[in-house]
Write a protein that binds this ligand. Structure first.
Ligand code: FES
Ligand SMILES: [Fe+2]
Length: 457
C-alpha cells in the first residue's frame, strides 16, 4: 500500500462529481449543411485542395460536411460537384474528365462544371422524358477559383457570391510561396483557437517540448488583444530578448484566415522591422470532427528562410513538428496536433476555464456567434475586403531597446507592444508598398527615439 492512497476522510477527489462529460459549443462546432454555423461558413471562399495534387482523375473532397467531387477539365479548368449523379446516384469519383466537364461512369451522362446536364446518351436525343430531365434537373455544383496553387470554393447561395478577397500577403515583393495542407482529426474551432492564443507558444512550443521555433519564444510575453473592422482579431506578444524587444502579432480574419509572424526567421536576437508571416492559411472544416489547414508557406527576406521551403518545412511552420511521427515522439514532444486532437473530436468547450490570457479566444468566438445569429436574422456577415487589398497585421518587429533599470520593464514592454500596434493601425489608407514603407520608417523611429518617438519631428 502506498502512502498516497486516499483515506476515508479525503473529500478533495472530485473525479466522481465530474464524470459526466461537459458539452461542446454546438453553435460554433456544428458546420454541416442546414446548421446555422454551416450557413455562416458557406458565406466565404475556402481553400479545398492543392492544385498540384489534382491529376487527370477526379478527387473526393469533403468540406463543410458535404461529400463533393473535384475534377479538372479542358486542361486548366476545375469543377466541384456533388458526389452523386442525379440519374441513379453513382459516384462521380469514378467519372471521366472530358473537355466539357465530367461524365458519369454508369450510364454516361455528361455534366458541365456548373452542373448542367449536357448529354444523356442512353436516351434518344429528342425523347421527351430525357429532354425534360435535362431541362429541369442539374447536378449540384459550386464555383471554384484556382489561385497560386490552391483551389478555393464557395459553397453558399449563388446570389450572394462574395468577391474573392485579395490580401496584401499575396503580393509581398520577394516572397516565394509554397502551398501546403495539414489535416487535423478534430473540430475546426479547437484548431483555429491556437492563433488567438499567444501563450501556448511559450509553453507547448518551448518550455514543454523543446524550442520548436526558437529559444526566445520560451519567454512569456506581455499580451495585447485588438479588434478591427468587425471581423479582424489580433493577438500581440511582446518579449524581452537581451537588449531587444520583440513584438510578435498573430491574426485572424473571420471566419478562418490566419497569419502570425515568422516561425524561424525571427528569434528576438536580431533587428527586424515589420517582418511578415511565415504562413498564410485557412482552417477549413471538413466536417464536425475533421479539419484541414490549407495555406502557403512564405519564404524570403520578410518571410521564413528558404531552407524551409519543403513539405516538411511547411509542417514545421504549421505546428512545430512534422505531422507523421511515432506515438512516443508525439508524447515526448507534443505540438499543435497533439494539443488540439487530444481534446477529442469535438472539444467539450463547456468544461473549459478560460483565463485572461484566453481573451482573444473569447473575443473571436463571441463575434462569430453574433455573426451566425445576425445571418439567421437576414444580415450577411462582413467580408474581408477593405480597399484594393486587405491589409493584414501579422508580423515580427525586433527593436534594440535596452531595459532601463530604473523603470518597470514589463510595463515598458507592454507600452512598446501597444505602440507597435498603433503604428500598424496608423496607415490604413495607403497602398501596400507605401504602408509597408511608412510602418517600417516609424518602427525605426521608435527604435531610435524610444517611446518618445516623433517628439523630435
Ligand atoms: S447513375 Fe450516373 S448516368 Fe446513371
Ligand atoms: Fe501552435
Amino acid at each position: 500500500m502506498t502512502d498516497t492512497a486516499p483515506s476515508a476522510s479525503q473529500t478533495t477527489f472530485s473525479g466522481y462529481h465530474q464524470s459526466q462529460p461537459a458539452g461542446a459549443d454546438e453553435e460554433l462546432a456544428r458546420i454541416g449543411p442546414t446548421t446555422p454555423g454551416g450557413e455562416y461558413m458557406r458565406r466565404f471562399w475556402h481553400p479545398v485542395f492543392i492544385t498540384e495534387e489534382l491529376g487527370e482523375l477526379p478527387s473526393l473532397v469533403r468540406v463543410l460536411g458535404e461529400d463533393l467531387v473535384l475534377f479538372r477539365y479542358a486542361g486548366d479548368k476545375f469543377g466541384l460537384v456533388h458526389k452523386h449523379c442525379p440519374h441513379r446516384r453513382a459516384s462521380l469519383e469514378y467519372g471521366k474528365c472530358e473537355p466539357r466537364g465530367i461524365r458519369c461512369c454508369y450510364h454516361g451522362w455528361l455534366f458541365a462544371a456548373d452542373g448542367e446536364i449536357l448529354e444523356t446518351p442512353g436516351e434518344a436525343r429528342d425523347a421527351e422524358p430525357a429532354a425534360k430531365v435535362r431541362a429541369r434537373t442539374r447536378l449540384g455544383a459550386y464555383p471554384v477559383i484556382e489561385f497560386n496553387g490552391l483551389i478555393f470554393a464557395y459553397l453558399g447561395p449563388p446570389d450572394a457570391i462574395p468577391e474573392f478577397p485579395i490580401y496584401d500577403a499575396f503580393k509581398i515583393p520577394g516572397i516565394t510561396i509554397r502551398p501546403y495542407k495539414a489535416p487535423y482529426r478534430c473540430n475546426w474551432v479547437q484548431v483555429l483557437d491556437a492563433i488567438m492564443d499567444p501563450v501556448h507558444t511559450s509553453f507547448l512550443h518551448s518550455q514543454i517540448s523543446h524550442a520548436q521555433f526558437s529559444e526566445g519564444m520560451g519567454e512569456l510575453g506581455e499580451l495585447g488583444f485588438y479588434e478591427r473592422h468587425e471581423n479582424h482579431f489580433l493577438g500581440s506578444s511582446t518579449r524581452r530578448v537581451g537588449d531587444n524587444v520583440w513584438v510578435r502579432v498573430n491574426e485572424l480574419i473571420l471566419p478562418n484566415f490566419t497569419q502570425a509572424g515568422a516561425a524561424f526567421a525571427a528569434d528576438g536576437t536580431a533587428s527586424r522591422y515589420f517582418g511578415r508571416s511565415a504562413f498564410t492559411r485557412w482552417v477549413v472544416p471538413v466536417d464536425d470532427e475533421n479539419s484541414i489547414a490549407f495555406g502557403w508557406g512564405n519564404f524570403g527576406e520578410r518571410g521564413d528562410p528558404h531552407e524551409y521551403n519543403t513539405k516538411e518545412g511547411c509542417e514545421l511552420i504549421e505546428q512545430g513538428e512534422i505531422l507523421d511521427r511515432p506515438d512516443e515522439e508525439r508524447q515526448r514532444n507534443p505540438a499543435d496536433s497533439e494539443a488540439v486532437e487530444g481534446m477529442g473530436a469535438i472539444s467539450t468547450h463547456m468544461g473549459e476555464n478560460l483565463m485572461p490570457t484566453d481573451r482573444g479566444i473569447s473575443l473571436y468566438r463571441r463575434r462569430i456567434r453574433r455573426q451566425i445569429k445576425e445571418l439567421a436574422e437576414g444580415s450577411e456577415p462582413p467580408q474581408p475586403r477593405k480597399g484594393p487589398t486587405v491589409h493584414t497585421y501579422g508580423q515580427d518587429t525586433v527593436l534594440n531597446l535596452p531595459a532601463d533599470g530604473a523603470n518597470d520593464d514589463r510595463s515598458f514592454l507592454r507600452q512598446v507592444g501597444e505602440t507597435v500596434m498603433e503604428i500598424e493601425f496608423e496607415h490604413e489608407g495607403l497602398d501596400d508598398a507605401a504602408r509597408d514603407e511608412a510602418i517600417i520608417a516609424k518602427l525605426r523611429d521608435l527604435e531610435t527615439n524610444g517611446l518618445n518617438r516623433g517628439s523630435t519631428t
